[in-house]
Structures are given as C-alpha cells and as structure tokens.
Design a protein around this ligand. Structure first.
Ligand SMILES: [Zn+2]
Length: 139
C-alpha cells in the first residue's frame, strides 16, 4: 500500500487523500476509491481493489482490530447479560444462547468495520514498516 499511485497534495509530498478513512471503514470499502468492497469471503482483504485496481497486498492491520472488537463487544455482552438476566429474568440457558449468537454475529460485523478502518487509516497516514533509511541524518 503505497502512495505512489496517487496525485500529490498541492505544496506537499504527501499523496492526495480524498476518501475519509472513517467513512471507508464503516462501509468496509477500498481506502483509495471508497466505493469497491475491501473484503472478499468474510474477512479476507482483496489483493487489489476490484473497482480502481489499487494495490492492497501490503495492507496489514495486525491484531489491532481484534483487540478493539474484544474490548467493545466484551463490554456490550456484559451489559446485555446484566439487562437480560437482571431486568428480564431470562433463564441461564437462554442467556448463554442469546449472548453466544450476539457475540458471534457482532464479532464478525465489528471485525469488518475495525479492520477496514485500520487499513484505511494506514493508507491515509501513509504508514509503513520502518527501516534504517528513515533514520538518515538530515543536513
Ligand atoms: Zn478502490
């Protein structure tokens, strides 16, 4: 994922970024065009955007998306469990089934959004693996 394929912002060396990373993340869309789907199957990122051909092969959000999903969905499941058991009086077996289904569907849905947002933010900020070339002393 490099910015070589984009026009430069006026007066800077940075590539132009016309798509909001948050909008692209919520839509799970390509961070370059903001229209084409970022994923094929459920959570696999395309090698290249099917809409604009942008290279997505180096997009790597790491484990960051999973951490956010665990934190957000864990809190929501605990809250939902307290409400269903305490206020509604749902039996334990029904609570386990309900929370299990909620956690399964919610984790896939949130993983798509968080993973797409992290990839779009990497693209937006031109993040990449660091190297010793980045540490050269400037005259
Ligand atoms: Zn695209």
């Amino acid at each position: 994922m490099t910015g070589d394929q984009l026009p430069k912002e006026i007066g800077t060396d940075r590539p132009s970024r016309s798509v909001s990373p948050y909008k692209a993340g919520i839509k799970s869309a390509c961070p370059n065009c903001g229209e084409a789907p970022l994923f094929h199957n459920i959570l696999e990122v395309h090698e290249a955007c099917p809409g604009c051909g942008f290279d997505l092969s180096s997009a790597d959000p790491g484990d960051g998306a999973q951490v956010f999903v665990i934190l957000v969905l864990g809190g929501l499941c605990a809250l939902l469990g307290f409400v269903l058991y305490g206020l509604v009086g749902m039996p334990i077996w029904a609570l386990a089934v309900t929370l299990g289904v909620f956690a399964l569907i919610g984790s896939v849905a949130l993983l798509r959004i968080f993973k797409a947002t992290l990839i779009a933010l990497q693209f937006h900020h031109d993040a990449r693996q660091g190297s010793t070339d980045d540490c050269e002393a400037k005259p």
